[in-house]
Ligand binder design. Structure first.
Ligand code: SAH
Length: 395
């Protein structure tokens, strides 16, 4: 196996089991390394550190597969074992008569860097993000067919990060027949998921536990669901006793599917309002018109894609939360989220403090929210702890 040597002083993150090695940390490599190849990583003195796959085209040049010299990471048995371990953890946890849609493999946090696998009822969605993982694609598919006997495997490797790996974007059917939409159960409620054209792999599975929290806060409330996508939070709000839910979303197709999600959960049309447009403007208009709500959900898309974009992102988070605080009745509840890996809980809390200062409000955090068990994170890899939320009472 070919060898890569790190610069002096750059081994610490590897010892701490952070799974990425950036191009700047590499001192030298054996000649004629092929992109995607599995290599051994050594410190500058020649001590073994780890094994991983390499892609010289990517800033994240190596993704570590193992810190154990004896482990054969080229053998397909290795991938199968990792897949099995990740999948079994979920299958043991979920009662599928209550929830049959969850993430089976969460990339680095399941020690399978560059691989996402989501399960939507009998349909499996595969997403490969890196060149190194791309090489295992057929083996992974074979394993999934044998181990889970799904009705369908669909690939959604159409995310833009693949370009950083020199890969093209692709999506399409791998096996079986895709239902459009796929029908899933989450916490006993039913949802339609557009696996082919929806956002991410079709549904925001990572908000499952947080949606359930909402049930306890909605009795007789007037709710604003901002960045509502296919309306999942609103379905829970109504099931929790809300009398009205106003949904703000700029994707028309998401709104169309949200309406169908209301229907299949037997939710009356009169309890739902949908406003198509830009949340930043719509919130201001509502304030001008003197609109008020008892509970607001603020679940925006990722504003900070990199550390470099942090400042703008923080301004965005502050702005929407400030607007929300001003739209709430006294004692109102704010469910607020950030899914930016680059923003820590501490920084997110600070942003809420700044918004509260400008809104002249008191903020009481009732509960902290995070990503669910099927989206595990590594303590050595804080980027994987991306979803943070706060339930706040605003007075
Ligand atoms: N809460 C949702 C997920 C929200 S994801 C759920 O539980 O399913 C963020 C959503 O915000 C996406 O649907 C995206 O289309 C929408 N969006 C992004 N920017 C927006 C903007 N400026 N105004 C309105 N909607 C926006």
């Amino acid at each position: 196996m070919k060898k890569v040597y790190l610069k002096k002083g750059r081994k610490k993150s590897v010892l701490l089991r952070h799974p990425w090695i950036f191009s700047g940390a590499i001192e030298k490599t054996d000649r004629s390394i092929t992109a995607g190849e599995i290599v051994e990583i050594y410190d500058h003195r020649g001590n073994f550190l780890a094994k991983g796959y390499i892609n010289p085209k990517s800033q994240i040049t190596i993704r570590i597969l193992s810190w154990n010299k004896e482990e054969d990471v080229t053998d397909i048995r290795f991938i199968s074992e990792r897949l099995k371990s990740a999948i079994d953890m979920r299958l043991n946890y979920f009662d599928q008569s209550v929830t049959n849609a969850f993430r089976l493999v969460n990339s680095e946090a399941d020690f399978l860097p560059g691989l996402i696998i989501d399960k939507y009822n009998d349909t499996i969605v595969l997403q490969i993000l890196t060149l190194g993982m791309e090489q295992f694609r057929d083996k992974i598919t074979e394993f999934l067919l044998e181990y889970l006997s799904p009705k369908c495997i669909y690939e959604r490797s159409d995310t833009i990060v693949r370009k950083k790996e020199g890969l093209s974007l692709k999506k399409g059917l791998i096996y079986g027949k895709l239902q459009k939409p796929v029908r899933i159960i989450e916490n006993g409620l039913e949802f339609l998921v557009d696996v082919q054209d929806g956002q991410k792999t079709g549904f925001y599975l990572d908000q499952r536990d947080n949606r359930k929290e909402l049930l306890l806060f909605c009795k007789d409330k007037k709710v604003l669901n901002c960045f509502s996508y296919t309306g999942a939070f609103s379905v829970y709000a109504i099931k929790g006793g809300a009398k009205l839910t106003v949904n703000i979303e700029f994707s028309r197709s998401a709104i169309e599917l949200a309406k169908k999600n209301m229907e299949i959960n037997h939710i009356k049309k009169e309890t739902q309002e949908f406003i198509e447009g830009n949340a930043f403007e719509l919130l201001r208009n509502m304030k001008k018109k003197g609109k008020k709500f008892d509970l607001i959900i603020m679940d925006p898309p990722k504003f900070a894609h990199t550390q470099g974009k942090l400042e703008n992102a923080l301004r965005g988070y502050k702005d929407i939360n400030l607007q929300a605080m001003q739209l709430l009745n006294p004692g109102g509840i704010l469910f607020t989220f950030s899914c930016s890996g680059a923003i820590s809980l501490e920084l997110f809390s600070k942003t809420i403090t700044w918004a509260a200062m400008d809104a002249n409000k008191n903020v009481q955090v009732i509960k902290r929210l995070a990503q669910p068990m099927d989206h595990p994170h590594l303590t050595s890899f804080l980027e994987s702890e991306y979803l943070k939320g706060l339930i706040c009472k605003i007075t």
